[in-house]
Design a protein around this ligand. Sequence first.
Ligand code: ADP
Ligand code: MG
Length: 395
Amino acid sequence: MRVLGMMSGTSADGIDAALVRISGAPPALIAILEGHHHVPFPAYMREGILRLANGAATTTAEISELNFLLGAELARAAVAACKKWRVPLEEVSLIGSHGQTVFHMGAAARFQGKVRAPSTLQIGETSIIAERTGISTVGDFRTADMAAGGQGAPLVPFVDYLLYRDALRGRAALNIGGIANVTVIPAGAGAEDVFAFDTGPGNMVVDALVERITRKKAAYDRDARIALSGRTIPELLVRLMREPYLRKKPPKSAGREQFGEAYSHGLLAWGSQHHAGHADLVRTATVYTPLTIADAFRRFILPRTKVDELIVAGGGALNPLMMAQLAASLPGIDVVSASRFGVPAEAKEAFAFAVLAYETYHGRPSNLPSATGARHPAVLGKIVRAAKSPAKGRR
Ligand SMILES: Nc1ncnc2c1ncn2[C@@H]1O[C@H](COP(=O)(O)OP(=O)(O)O)[C@@H](O)[C@H]1O
Ligand SMILES: [Mg+2]
């Protein structure tokens, strides 16, 4: 089956689409990436998403509208991607669309002054995607896991396990998106031995600083150019490493609730109080991410299992300073880009949601209870059948 996976993560930078040819069933599932395409969000949409994700006051009308507008944007991205790959839509059997998370709370917690029950909301209406592409679409992957008592995240470890498990080498898969998360696959592990959690910030804090400092002329620090022109501020770094989230025991997940707008405002306020240069702040925030990852290894991973290799994906894998600092902070572990394993760093999560959709389509569970904390494996997501379903000769 040819499956198109689509992802837009907490960075809200845009939509990644991946075309994946998939056959077989786990543990012998074969998935090969055939194409990747990135479509940046129009500015108004990114702003809308960030406002909601940062917990701004909103109306139900606004959320409802954004759900539909984003569905249309996702459909456009799918059509544009197939055009770029010269693959007729008829040859794609299925779409897996993660949607955009605007709220996620995997366990009951205090948020905006109130203890709230666990819930999660991904928007980007799948009915619109299925209607406009003519391709059956799976979405809403996280809710079934949460209904089964899980945190609804992380879901990619299922795919990490299929891709990277090894009889002799202990491996960890790291995704540096807006938030950074790690999947640990001990040598010779069974699915039940895999564990995963969010280590803390990925690119989110750096992106927010760069956007403020450049007055929105840049959305991120391409190739770490700004960071590399500054110097790390040790005093600030020590302060940042005291972040309580880092000490919290896994399973744990993070989002804009922890490292969003309020957090980067705090950093900028510290900067102006201490007359810190802008580039110095960006460099400190850039170095902070790999240091929190190495800290998570020392506290929670290496005491449990040996890791020989760390496979890095997500936009952060393209940040040379983050990658260099990561390798330097994890002596004895080979730090390599996911690209070396057949799936480019930028395409990895979209690829994963193609595989998860394929599993759902076949009625198989694809959460890892050891990673999410669910009571049992669950079939993830909801399927919108297109007028012509894959079952009727769309393979
Ligand atoms: N060439 C690059 N140099 C530095 N950072 C980059 C580069 N390319 C992407 N990034 C970072 O990766 C982020 C996007 O990562 P992504 O994996 O799409 O995250 P998410 O899954 O949260 O959307 C950008 O916002 C940026 O911070
Ligand atoms: Mg992205």
